[in-house]
Design a protein around this ligand. Structure first.
Ligand SMILES: *Cc1c(COP(=O)(O)O)cnc(C)c1O
Length: 420
């Protein structure tokens, strides 16, 4: 469900015509619907109403402060994977007692920052990390609350770049190794063992992989209990998929119901780390067509947004639906929607049927709210685009378009290159 819809042939976000935003802020820009974000959060949260839980939004999916603040206001926490994301979450007003920190490569500065901030949980991903966090916590005179991130060796049947719970992936601690690492963690004086975590991948459209992972964690928790290690927090990660094209992912309520059923008898607080499912369909990327180019072997529609603005199609071959901002009768063509970047891999849609978009018109690249802006870069020295939040009949610039001056911020000429 989302609030992007046509009224008299014109695309609206809630009660604002997308064209009006483009006239005000220029193109390209990301546009998020407040009502959609709020609805997605509430539906997801409600799916777990029957079980003690915390919804920790995965900041990497969309790190804009306004979005982080919105979820925090609705009662959510944050799942972070870097010191920078911790900084953002705190800036946005997320309660540190609802922040969980995952990631295979936390450095000592990041660990110190998180310990000082009083976060809820570190999800540890290797035996060596146990020692490092113990050492730093000791120096600070605190106890680090930890969970071990378990690699349950589950195939989530998704794109190989976004599967994370297979033995061959770099993430987590092998489940066979886990009991040994828990014993080790238990012995370290500056760690407080609190939880178990897993995150098996992203854009998962079936329930089975989640249930299989949960089953494996459950049996691990039972084994740990026998050793006197009590798990207070069970973090099941994120990964629930959304509809980009023809996918039919389970509704969050089915996901919640299936997990809760499997959790029966367990006494712990559940942590969930949804990213994509909260923001993906709540955002679009709006781009303007600059030129079209038709040859014998090709038909290109050249837009002002490229792979630096939305990397997913180039990176994973992902599908994003394209919609005209103003509908008009026209033929469909087989074409590629490409950007201005100097790479042949720069496309938003490749060799696909699409409306014959014309120069000057606006195109909405749908389902771009997750891993859109957050993955964008300055490649080809392109300023990053503006981000807009629409609420009912108004829109707000929640991130200004970058300027050329910002592009060179922090760069310095060494003395020997100064002067003419
Ligand atoms: C990326 C990530 C998430 C969010 O994944 P989605 O597929 O966007 O829900 C959650 N937890 C961890 C540890 C992650 O790395």
């Amino acid at each position: 469900m989302h609030h992007f819809h046509y009224r008299d042939g014109e695309l609206y976000c809630e009660n604002v015509p997308v064209d009006r935003i483009a006239r005000k802020v220029g193109t390209p820009f990301y546009c998020y619907s407040h009502a959609t974000l709020e609805h997605h959060y509430r539906v997801f949260d409600a799916a777990f109403a029957g079980f003690s839980h915390i919804v920790c939004f995965a900041v990497k999916a969309n790190a804009n402060l306004a979005i982080l603040r919105l979820f925090a206001r609705l009662g959510g926490g944050a799942d972070i994977v870097s010191g920078g994301e911790l900084y953002r979450a705190l800036q946005a007003g997320v309660d540190p007692r609802k922040i969980v920190y995952s990631g295979v490569g936390k450095n000592s500065e990041e660990i110190r920052f998180a310990l000082k901030s009083g976060i809820l949980l570190f999800n540890l991903e290797s035996s060596q990390e146990l020692g490092e966090i113990n050492r730093i916590a000791g120096r600070l005179g605190v106890k680090a609350p930890v969970a071990l991130r378990i690699n349950p060796d589950i195939d989530p049947q998704t794109h190989p770049y976004i599967s994370t719970g297979l033995k061959k992936n770099k993430f987590g601690i092998d489940i066979e190794q886990a009991v040994q690492d828990y014993r080790h963690a238990q012995e370290l004086p500056h760690l407080e063992v609190k939880g178990a975590a897993c995150h098996i991948g992203s854009q998962i459209t079936e329930l089975d992989p989640f249930i299989d992972a949960l089953k494996r964690l459950k049996s691990l928790i039972k084994r740990l209990e026998k050793e006197g290690i009590r798990i207070q927090y069970l973090d099941l990660g994120g990964g629930l998929g959304i509809r980009y094209d023809q996918e039919e992912p389970p509704h969050p309520s089915e996901y919640g119901e299936a997990l809760i059923k499997e959790l029966k008898g367990l006494k712990c607080t559940l942590i969930l780390e949804p990213g994509r499912v909260l923001v993906g369909n709540a955002g679009i990327l709006v781009t303007r067509v600059l030129y079209t180019k038709e040859g014998e072997a090709k038909h290109f529609i050249i837009a002002d947004a490229g792979m630096n603005d939305l990397a997913r199609p180039s990176l994973y071959g992902s599908y994003h639906a394209l919609r005209p901002v103003k509908e008009r009768p026209r033929p469909e063509v087989k074409a590629s929607l490409v950007g201005p970047i100097c790479e042949s891999g720069d496309f938003l849609a490749k060799d696909r049927k699409m409306p014959a978009f014309q120069p000057g018109e606006l195109v909405a690249v749908m389902s771009a709210g997750a891993y859109g802006f957050s993955m964008s870069s300055n490649y080809n020295a392109r300023p990053r685009v503006a981000e807009i939040m629409v609420k009912d009949g108004d829109f707000y610039v929640i991130r200004k378009r970058e300027t050329y001056r910002q592009l060179t911020w922090g760069e310095r000429l060494p003395d020997f290159l100064k002067g003419a």
